[in-house]
Write a protein that binds this ligand. Sequence first.
Ligand SMILES: [Zn+2]
Length: 154
Amino acid sequence: MSDSCFICSKHKGTITTAGKMIYEDDYVYIGHIDKGENPAYLGYVMIDLKRHVPTLADMNLEEAKAFGVAMARISKALKESEGAEHIYARVSGHGVPHLHMHLTPRYPGTPEEYWGPWEVLDWEDAPFGTGEEVDAVCERLRAQMEMDYETINE
Ligand SMILES: [Zn+2]
């Protein structure tokens, strides 16, 4: 836990962020990007590790399991409830040295020149939304993750 860390502060609830929570347990937090007044790419989610460590290499076994399961569950939900055809994942950590992974879905019809983790955001017909649209995506993802829990456990 670091007091000056944006992600730690968000988890602690000491700052209010525009992002929307989708899922949370002892190890990970999944939220949707929200840019307030500005439209956000729908389905753009972030998985944060709860513990303040900088890289994928710093996770212990329990954290790695939880992180992997979170990746699989939210990706499956993005496919099933939002119709994504592919999920891109990226960890950079240049901005905030607290492990977080960006997941961006690619939707059917995305022209090949926009295929890629950030490239999909630049497609002019990409689905963007604010407020209630982001809330609705989060609701669907949350419901889908719960519905899929049994099958991923098999
Ligand atoms: Zn932190």
